[in-house]
Ligand binder design. Structure first.
Ligand code: ZN
Length: 74
């Protein structure tokens, strides 16, 4: 998906300069698939969902953390 110094966001589909994307260690391109704007939006949606769902320190939370670590290692 990398094309010169731009990257297409997996969420909004817009082609944006790579500085519009957060870096991600272990990622294929070293960048997140979604742009900063979409990432922030997704993150706030995620937090909102977590309010009613997975709580910090709960069993599900640790399962999620473990899965995230495994994903980074790949
Ligand atoms: Zn986007």
């Amino acid at each position: 998906m990398l094309k010169g110094n731009t990257k297409i966001c997996s969420r909004c589909g817009d082609e944006k300069p790579v500085n519009e994307f957060y870096s991600q260690k272990g990622g294929r391109s070293g960048l997140r698939a979604a742009c900063k704007k979409c990432f922030i939006k997704a993150n706030s949606e995620y937090r909102y969902k977590r309010k009613s769902g997975v709580r910090f320190g709960s069993k599900d939370y640790f399962i999620e953390l473990k899965q995230r670590k495994e994903a980074v290692q790949k």
